[in-house]
Design a protein around this ligand. Structure first.
Ligand SMILES: Nc1nc2c(c(=O)[nH]1)N[C@H]1C(S)=C(S)[C@@H](COP(=O)(O)O)O[C@H]1N2
Ligand SMILES: [Mo]
Length: 369
């Protein structure tokens, strides 16, 4: 690992590194047992290398807004901070591939377990305000994002160039963020500036942003087309043929929950009660309820769901469950959103790239004899 990569992740503790050339780190569920995920525990997803942003590159760093705008805008970080209102948005950030390892048969893509997710308070300026200054034309339908990070096996190709529909770009929760949980954004999380797109999968949260390209068509940058971060519009069976034209860009996270305490394989006394806690989140349709079970899903109880502290943050759930008198002890949490969508008890609909697996998370426990 180069000294830059080492430096970029020295503040991480106890994360699981996913094998490969890119730096990808997953958080074990037990380390997510806090309302806000600290920097040291926040997962990392890189599609390529990370840009070398030394002090000199920083002095020259600017953000450009161009394309379908009345006035092209190029602005430095200090000017951005002083020209626009600074706001805080608490939001979950979840990779579209979170939980992919649970798909059977396995799919292409990084084998994430359940921990490619975290919740933080993001500070920045509204993308909307900056776009207004540039004056978006009537032809605009999408914004495309560009950053200097490249593919590790082909340095002429950008690692990622994602985008957002114009309505989301102009929505007040969508930020150009420069701080996370009260600290300047770390290089590994997109310093100096990243997109925050609450409700959208992490792929849309472009890091190291230096260009917003306002477009008259759906952005077709790196990993926007084909099977990348897109889902089939109708069911695809494993092994069956499919047409990438029938796939659509993922624009919403599904309702989901994660038990953060106890952890898998923890030991319980085997009688009395078990305290269960975790978090539930969703995309644009709010979470309504969380059910919990200690017997693998045969019997359910409603968990206590904390009041939402923000629109796009996650909500803590807690329950005290009677320990099953005999048989396996397996904790399960199952969230439902306000539209009545529930987490599948098995896996979510299989898809070739293994996106959006919001199947329930199961925590088997050991019984102390
Ligand atoms: N420039 C750039 N932005 C990026 C990526 C990337 O590889 N390059 N990865 C995306 C993906 S797929 C995810 S899930 C999130 C992860 O954000 P994090 O590393 O800060 O947790 O960043 C997104 N932004
Ligand atoms: Mo992702």
């Amino acid at each position: 690992m180069s000294s830059l990569s080492t430096q970029a992740i020295t503040h991480k503790r106890g994360l699981r590194s996913i094998p490969g050339r890119e730096i990808n780190l997953e958080t074990p569920p037990a380390l997510l047992d806090a309302p806000l995920t600290p920097l040291s525990r926040f997962f990392v997803r890189n599609n390529g290398g990370m840009p070398t942003l030394d002090e000199r590159a920083m002095v020259n760093w600017t953000l450009t807004i161009d394309g379908e705008v009345e006035r092209e805008v190029t602005i430095g970080l200090d000017e951005l901070k002083s020209s626009f209102e600074i706001v805080d948005v608490e939001s979950v950030l979840e990779c579209a591939g979170n939980g992919r390892a649970g798909f059977s048969p396995p799919t292409d893509g990084l084998p994430w377990g359940p921990g490619a997710v975290g919740c933080a308070i993001w500070r920045g300026v509204r993308l909307m305000d900056v776009l207004r200054q540039a004056g978006v034309t009537a032809k605009a339908v999408y914004v495309g994002f560009e950053s200097p990070d490249c593919c590790l096996d082909d340095s002429t190709r950008p690692a990622l160039s994602r985008g957002l529909p114009i309505a989301k770009a102009l929505s007040p929760e969508t930020l150009l963020a420069f701080a996370m949980n009260g600290e300047p954004l770390a290089l590994v999380h997109g310093f100096p500036l990243r997109i925050v797109a609450p409700g959208f999968p992490g792929s849309a949260w472009q890091k190291w942003l230096h260009r917003v390209w306002v477009r008259a068509c759906i952005h077709d940058g790196e990993k926007m087309t084909g099977l990348n971060y897109r889902l089939p519009t109708h069911a695809v069976s494993p092994g069956a043929s499919y047409d990438a034209d029938d796939f659509e860009v993922i624009t919403d996270l599904r309702v989901k929950s994660l038990i953060t305490s106890p952890a898998k394989e923890d030991e319980v006394i085997g009688s009395g009660e078990i305290d269960v806690a975790g978090y539930a989140w969703s995309g644009h349709v709010p979470v309504a309820q969380v059910g919990v079970s200690a017997d693998g899903g045969q019997s359910w109880q409603d968990a206590h769901l904390a009041a939402p502290s923000s629109r796009f943050g996650w909500r803590r759930f807690e329950a005290c469950l009677p320990c099953p008198p005999d048989g396996e002890i397996e904790l399960v949490s199952r969230a439902m959103d306000e539209a009545g969508n529930r987490q599948p008890l098995g896996q979510a609909p299989w898809n070739p790239r293994g996106y959006l697996n919001n199947g329930v998370y199961r925590v088997p426990l050991r019984r102390r004899r």
